[in-house]
Design a protein around this ligand. Sequence first.
Ligand SMILES: [Zn+2]
Length: 59
Amino acid sequence: MTTILYSCITGCIAMEGYCVKCKSKREMKDEKKVTMKNGKPATQGICTVCGTKMFKIGK
Ligand SMILES: [Zn+2]
């Protein structure tokens, strides 16, 4: 079971993030790696449901 979870990290196409407009977790599209002002990595993408910009801290 753990193996499936780990393979999903590299194998999953859609990334999940929190959409502020849907107020729930949504799949992210067009995600790109960005660096925040404090130098920490983040991921920016678009909500597949409403098209709102999403932001996720971390890789
Ligand atoms: Zn949304």
